[in-house]
Design a protein. Structure first.
Length: 486
């Protein structure tokens, strides 16, 4: 496949060079194995990397079922993977469903892991991004032509990495991997972005390759032979973008770093990229069964123009994050520890993957839906899985097995209102008794009891003896999307 592509490209190039030689442009083509492109069609599973940990050990053909909101661990594509670490990227949401996810088409979710004592080479993207450090400690440095700032980062730190700002990372710890989740907001092409590297590495060319030697030689004011060594034949070319570093190098890289709390040099960009900890704030909701931390764009200037919120939920085993919905925010969530049973109600209809493949193009079936039916979306989500909770959709999370830790990036998070549907604080409790009676068709005594019996707020214990419906391993379309008998 790659061979054919390469041949075709070479042929086309030869033809175009032959035809257009008289024109004043030229395309130089260096011998180079292009990195795997996220936009390639084909299986989700890419050579060179597997789902770390192996998941169920059951083959990857059972692609994350027909539940369109659940992205199993194996849905991630490996952008980079080596012994030093990996970068994984969730495919464009609209690749899963162009109808359901059109509103978040321009957002991408990614996460990376750097092994202890490693360095991620300088690069920038044509995308804005927000990072959340899931685990470990390190240093991030931002460099422009007028300033350089570096910061210590650790678990729970949130940081804005602005589009086009060159940055590099070091895992300064010698035992613990550094794990970071990111949401990216491309600035050129909706839902697509690229890495730009000043220096060449194993799978990535230097962006200086895009310039002629004459221009480079003149720009740097150095002889062409030197350029060759600097840009295209560097001794590092066999190495990936994440590299081992020595304790001395780490010391040097960490030397100038400031801690997030130490405010801050007064470069214009500081207000954008100064990290802050999500745990510095009191949890928004907290009791014996769970803690919910959130930073929102109204309170943090770093997140303001992107309208992105970051959330971190931690629940003890067998707890229920009570049913709720968000007014405006769609949460792209990621499971960092444990497993949970997730339920969500959606009045939108959607088709299984197969039907999408062979059925009519989605653009053609966009008539307003008149139905009144509610789809019941149930799944078991575990460490490494992602799932999307669209605005307005009531949902609940029940932690299983062990302490559940989930994180979320909230999209369109300015002025979001979260509404709980159960617990001491709940919307239905605020209905007038007469409204409750009229709406639910119950007597006044029942109306009172219905929404006041749960005496916990936000997080509640679930009855451990009660069986919750389990997602089957390979659920049929019908079994997931039973109509909710609400
Ligand atoms: C790495 O992290 C572990 C656990 O937090 C800690 O005990 C150790 O001292 C750290 N090592 C360095 C070099 O910072
Ligand atoms: C969850 O929260 C509890 C209580 O704050 C804390 O002791 C525990 O370490 C947290 N666990 C994780 C994995 O964040
Ligand atoms: C909640 O109500 C139950 C009875 O329904 C009671 O046993 C329990 O102590 C109450 N808990 C709190 C926190 O009020």
């Amino acid at each position: 496949m790659a061979m054919i592509n390469k041949l075709t490209i070479t042929l086309l190039l030869l033809i175009s060079i032959a035809f257009f030689h008289c024109f004043a442009f030229r395309v130089e083509f260096e011998e180079f194995e292009p990195p795997q492109q996220e936009e390639q069609e084909g299986p989700e599973f890419r050579p060179g990397g597997g789902p770390s940990g192996g998941g169920s050990g059951k083959g990857f053909e059972e692609e994350s079922t027909e539940n369109p909101f659940h992205f199993a661990k194996r849905s991630f594509e490996n952008v980079f993977k080596s012994n030093e670490g990996f970068v994984k990227l969730l495919p464009k949401f609209t690749k899963r469903s162009s109808t359901l996810f059109r509103g978040i088409e321009n957002y991408r979710f990614s996460f990376m892991e750097m092994e202890p004592s490693t360095f991620l080479v300088p690069h920038h993207w044509d995308a804005d991004s927000v990072f959340l450090v899931l685990q470990g400690k390190g240093v991030i440095a931002f460099v422009t032509d007028s300033t350089k700032e570096s910061f210590h980062i650790r678990r729970g730190d949130v940081l804005r990495v602005p589009s086009g700002v060159t940055h590099f990372l070091t895992n300064t710890n010698d035992t613990v991997p550094l794990r970071i989740a990111k949401i990216l907001v491309p600035v050129n092409i909706p839902g697509r972005f690229q890495d730009f590297f000043p220096a060449r590495s194993q799978f990535h060319q230097s962006y200086f390759t895009g310039f002629s030697k004459q221009v480079l030689s003149a720009s740097f004011n150095i002889p062409e032979e030197l350029l060759e060594r600097l840009i295209s034949r560097s001794q590092q070319m066999g190495q990936g973008i994440i590299r081992r570093v020595s304790p001395d190098q780490i010391k040097e890289l960490a030397e100038q770093a400031t801690s997030p709390s130490n405010k801050h040099k007064d470069s214009d960009m500081s207000k954008f990229w100064t990290p802050f900890s999500i745990f510095k704030q009191d949890p928004v909701y907290s009791n014996d069964f769970g803690h919910f931390h959130e930073v929102d764009p109204t309170s943090f200037s770093q997140l303001q123009d992107l309208h992105i919120a970051v959330a971190w939920v931690n629940m003890t085993q067998g707890s229920l994050f009570l049913p709720q919905f968000n007014s405006k925010t769609t949460f792209v969530t990621f499971v960092e520890n444990g497993c949970a049973h997730f339920e969500m109600a959606s009045p939108y209809k959607f088709q299984s993957k197969q039907q999408q493949w062979f059925g009519p193009r989605e653009e053609e079936e966009e008539e307003e839906e008149i139905g009144g039916q509610v789809q019941k979306i149930v799944s078991r989500v575990c460490k490494g899985d992602a799932f999307v909770i669209p605005a307005g959709h009531p949902f609940t999370i029940l932690s299983q097995d062990q302490n559940f830790v989930g994180i979320g990036f909230g999209i369109f998070a300015s002025n979001n209102i979260r509404t709980f549907l159960a617990g001491q604080e709940n919307m239905l409790n605020n209905l007038d008794t007469v409204a409750t009676r009229l709406s639910f068709g119950v007597g006044s005594k029942m109306a009172e009891k219905l929404f006041t019996s749960q005496n916990y707020s936000y997080f509640a214990p679930s009855n451990p003896s009660r069986q919750f419906p389990e997602e089957k391993r390979t659920p049929s379309f019908q079994s997931i999307f039973n109509f909710a008998g609400f």
